[in-house]
Design a protein around this ligand. Structure first.
Ligand code: SF4
Length: 601
């Protein structure tokens, strides 16, 4: 028996109502660790590469991290893994809050959701009960209403994960929400849940996990906590300003997107209006944090009489800077709605940016927008657009398909700022070559987290800080960051904690908690194998190596960055970085993967 794990999972077939508890083999635990790793394993085992994500054949894997149930800093994160209806790739999306921690304490490590229920249902899970309950009366509720009703029925301590109207309507970038304001945001997991008629999962658990080797465990915890206390970004900047503190920093590095990635130029006074400092002075009410996190980057805010969480940096950037809407209350109100309806604000802001550029360039006419003057800066339309998309009404029905499908429909695919169909987040890739390669190679598409969180090297790297335009070293850094990110996703640790600590501390904590002695390099090796497994999934799903690229704009349109006009040189810079990346990963550019399968079936 391995300490720290329950060593069992639950499979729920919504079509038949059958619920099975199954053992989780030791070799799957020790080779895949948890979270994203288990997702890659189960999606492979269940032959998910060729299924329609919105059909009853698809499965949703919900997995606690390998350090779930421990008191490692930020270890309450859990992963939801599925084939994405937005990208067609394997997709691992994770979330914080408290749901993941309590899920692990119900006595199960992983949950497989299969089939499709005939009626809306929710799942209740505790240490002594697993129940599937029909709930047509909950269908249509937004997240606060859903949470309130289920907690009234069970207990205020029960943790609720669910979808809002956007998931029910299968918006391709609908998110899965938990603990009211926390979100497995990206990739359309909410649409997969909606297609399954699964409205919510309620968990209530109290099981505890004594560490295998207390002294080693405590040493690792003390080191990690000390590093969080000593790094300025985790001890001062994020606790004080939240992720919104990044707005000025990203702008100062000429990375902050503008007008659907046409440039990164903003007037300083406009940045001031949406900065973390302004948020703190105006709408901030209190800090909020996920389970066992002293960073507490989340914000409780208030606009007029409404309170809610956020907006986070990405939301301010994508709904604000990218759309030329420099008004914090407007952005915050739209963000509250996204949390209520269950929408990913990155894909939303990116898709709206594409629609606005289409409109301004004549690709989308006024009758096609239902009379809406869809121009950049149209803050007065933002809440209405969110509502239309979440309910797939009018123009919202087309916007709900995401930027790629929208731009294809209006014959301007070059205006979709996506990689593999995933809308890019708020860092312009011309501003750092590491981010460019990270976006191009991430197994879930254009993403700053799975692609490698390059600002951790570019801004906060300290001794690790690297030149963001140095072509030669990019591939090494990107592979290293992607592998580290995958370790965090397998263990259920927040990426922001990685600004302070790394695999060195985590390997000690993990060994002390579980008794499985894996050094930092072992953790990275296992992560690399998971990324290979994800790549294999994507190739089997029909993606080609040619999708490891960026929208043409970034190769052809020069913008001013760090005092010079720059675009990415496709032949000399990008091809070099990509080839080097393939070489390190032992991937090939003809869509084969040279590495062998990690595990026998
Ligand atoms: S740093 Fe922020 S997102 Fe990460 S665990 Fe802490 S509160 Fe949650």
């Amino acid at each position: 028996m391995i300490s720290g794990y329950n060593q069992r999972g639950i499979s729920v077939d919504l079509s038949s109502g059958k619920i099975e508890v199954f053992p989780l083999p030791e070799e799957i635990i020790t080779n895949y660790l948890g979270g994203r790793g288990w997702g890659a394993w189960f999606l492979h085992e269940e032959n998910q590469a060729l299924v329609d994500p919105l059909s009853s054949e698809s499965i949703l894997v919900i997995a606690s991290g390998g350090l779930g149930g421990s008191v490692a800093p930020t270890s309450g994160r859990f992963s939801i893994i599925f084939k994405s209806p937005l990208t067609g790739t394997i997709f691992s999306s994770n979330s914080g809050g408290f749901w993941g921690h309590i899920f692990k304490r119900t006595g199960y490590d992983v949950l497989l959701i299969k089939g499709r229920a005939a009626q809306p249902v929710y799942l209740y899970l505790s240490e002594d009960k697993i129940e599937l309950i029909e709930c047509p009366e909950l269908w249509g509720l937004n997240i606060p209403e859903l949470t309130q009703q289920l907690q009234a029925k069970y207990s205020p301590q029960a943790k609720i994960l669910g979808i809002g109207p956007a998931g029910e309507k299968q918006v391709r970038f609908a998110s899965i929400m938990n603990d009211l304001g926390r979100t497995a945001g990206r990739g359309g997991g909410g649409a997969v849940m909606g297609a399954k008629n699964l409205k919510a999962i309620v968990v209530a658990g109290r099981k505890t996990f004594p560490p295998f080797q207390r002294e080693k465990y405590q040493t690792g915890l003390a080191q990690a906590n000390k590093l969080i206390r000593s790094m300025p970004v985790t001890s001062k900047a994020f606790p004080l300003l939240g992720t919104a503190g990044l707005v000025k920093l990203v702008y100062q590095h000429d990375m902050l997107v503008h007008r659907n990635f046409q440039d990164t130029s903003h007037l300083p006074e406009n940045i001031e209006k949406i900065s973390g400092e302004t948020l703190r002075r105006t709408i901030f009410r209190a800090p909020r944090g996920c389970f066992n996190c002293r960073i507490r980057c989340a914000r409780l805010t208030q606009v007029d009489h409404r309170q809610g969480e956020g907006p986070e940096f990405e939301t301010i950037a994508m709904l604000g800077a990218n759309l030329e809407i420099y008004d914090l209350p407007t952005i915050a109100r739209a963000n509250y709605l996204c949390n209520e309806y269950g929408l990913d604000t990155i894909s939303l802001g990116n898709t709206l940016g594409a629609a606005m550029e289409l409109f301004e360039k004549g690709g989308l006419s006024s009758p096609e927008t239902g009379g809406l003057e869809l121009c950049f800066g149209a803050g007065h339309l933002l809440e209405e657009l969110v509502r239309l998309i979440a309910h797939r009404e009018g123009l919202g029905h087309e916007l709900a398909e995401g930027a790629r499908r929208l731009c294809q429909k209006y014959q301007a695919p070059e205006l979709a700022m996506v990689v593999k169909g995933l809308e890019l987040p708020a860092y312009d890739p011309r501003s750092t070559l590491m981010q460019a390669l990270g976006y191009a190679t991430s197994t879930r598409g254009g993403c700053h987290l799975k692609g490698g969180y390059m600002i951790s090297l570019g801004f906060f790297g300290g001794a690790r800080e690297v030149d963001r335009f140095l072509v030669e070293t990019v591939a090494d850094h990107v592979v290293d960051e992607q592998d580290s990110g995958c370790v965090a996703d397998m263990l259920g640790i927040c990426r922001f904690a990685y600004f302070a600590f790394s695999e060195n501390e985590l390997s000690r904590i993990y060994a002390g908690f579980t008794g499985v002695d894996l050094g930092p390099h072992d953790l990275k090796r296992l992560a690399r194998q998971v990324i290979d497994e994800e790549r294999r999934f994507n190739l089997k799903a029909g993606l080609k190596a040619s999708t490891d690229t960026l929208p043409t704009r970034f190769f052809t349109e020069k913008i001013k960055i760090a005092g010079r006009q720059r675009a990415i040189d496709r032949e000399n810079q990008f091809a070099y970085m990509l080839n080097k990346y393939y070489e390190i990963r032992k991937w090939t550019n003809d869509s084969n993967l040279k590495t062998n399968k990690i595990h026998p079936k």
